[in-house]
Design a protein around this ligand. Structure first.
Ligand SMILES: Nc1ncnc2c1ncn2[C@@H]1O[C@H](COP(=O)(O)OP(=O)(O)OP(=O)(O)O)[C@@H](O)[C@H]1O
Ligand SMILES: [Mg+2]
Length: 352
């Protein structure tokens, strides 16, 4: 329809599933117009980096064919601690354009990669409370080769990459579009995928702490495979609550709990690190996303273990789902698509 604004496709290339989502925007808000997901063959993406480009191009083409989309602008997301570094730094107050010219110099001491190997970006958060003449800035560095690999596969699949965003910021966008930001409370957006966990702590809606860890739902799959001596496929079935012949549910639960505990501990440690690096701040609420949080009792066990309020995010609180799509199914898998919805919310001309 001519009055609907066409948005780019939000493409979340996860190591487990690739997801492509597109919104249409009208005067009355956003509507999910298009959604497609496809499992990726194992070892195509490792630690946020593409290890098998040909396989990924083939999967992207298949996803597009399945969905009937032939071309289009794409906003893709990257994450993973070996690809992306996000740091909050404090520097002397300066204008956006001044910082743009000196960012490379400022960043050098904070980035553990060679500065010539990364693309840099920043967001000025504002003057630092209690420190005259200083301001807080979020610094983002993404490895150039990771970005160029993503651009290459997207182009080879016949699509047009317009923005390469960072998964944590996409989650931020998704959160802003769906939740009211009240007061200055600290909300942790925690996205637990198959191979990684993105933690993004927001204060009054602004990112003040971001960390990617290399653990996720693969831990559960591996724990089941190892302790029960079963195949990966059977392990995936058990994770989704399906029965597998010859496997005792009690043994399966024990193997799953071991893996969940490891994830809770890692998240707890990140929060401890946040507390010590930011001062006496604490996290007041956790909003979970990612496929792993769909595992039965994962969120409630986490709440018990961390002694915190834990909720699963709803990316469709303020976004309608088109009548052409299977709304019940999309709502069921909502945690898996939180990042793609956030990517789909980005527009050309937004800050990159
Ligand atoms: N219904 C479900 N119940 C339990 N686990 C599930 C369910 N659906 C997906 N998972 C698990 O969630 C993980 C995939 O989640 P997600 O799609 O968020 O990861 P990804 O984005 O592909 O991976 P990553 O970002 O870590 O590279 C897998 O480990 C999968 O087994
Ligand atoms: Mg993911």
């Amino acid at each position: 329809m001519f009055f609907k604004k066409k948005n780019p496709i939000g493409l979340d290339i996860g190591s487990n599933y690739i997801k492509a989502f597109q919104l249409s925007t009208t005067k009355t808000g956003h509507e999910l117009a298009f959604a497609a997901m496809l499992p990726l063959p194992p070892e195509t993406i490792v630690e946020g980096a593409i290890t098998d480009k040909d396989k990924l191009v083939a999967s992207l083409k298949e996803l597009m064919k399945k969905s009937g989309v032939k071309s289009g602008d794409v906003v893709a997301g990257v994450s993973g601690h070996s690809s992306v570094i996000i740091k909050k730094i404090t520097i002397p107050v300066m204008s956006e354009s001044e910082l743009a010219t000196s960012i490379r110099y400022e960043a050098e001491q904070y980035i553990p990669f060679d500065i010539s190997d990364v693309n840099l970006d920043f967001q000025i958060l504002g003057n630092k409370a209690g420190e005259e003449g200083q301001m807080d800035v979020v610094l983002v560095a993404v490895k150039k080769n990771v970005i160029s690999d993503y651009i290459e596969v997207i182009e080879r699949a016949g699509l047009e990459p317009v923005i390469v965003d960072v998964d944590s910021f996409a989650l931020n966008n998704m959160y802003e579009a769906n939740y009211d930001i009240t007061g200055n409370k600290n909300v942790a957006l925690v996205n637990i995928g198959a191979s990684k966990t993105n933690i993004n702590i927001l204060q009054g809606g602004l990112p003040i702490f971001t960390r990617d860890s290399a653990i996720g739902g693969n831990l559960h799959t591996e724990s089941l495979e190892r302790t029960l001596d079963i195949s990966r496929e059977d392990a995936e079935r058990i994770k989704k609550g399906q029965a597998v012949e010859g496997v005792s549910p009690v043994d399966a639960q024990a193997a799953l709990n071991t893996a969940s505990d490891e994830i809770y501990t890692e998240i707890y440690r990140s929060f401890e690190y946040f507390r010590s690096s930011v001062g006496e701040e604490d996290v007041s609420e956790i909003l979970l996303s990612g496929g792993t949080v769909m595992m039965k009792d994962f969120p409630s066990m986490m709440a018990g273990r961390l002694g915190m309020q834990v909720e699963v995010v709803d990316p469709f609180r303020n976004i309608r789902i088109s009548e052409k799509l299977d709304a019940a199914y999309i709502k069921e898998i909502a945690p898996v698509v939180a990042v793609s919805v956030g990517l789909a919310l980005r527009r050309e001309g937004d800050r990159e």
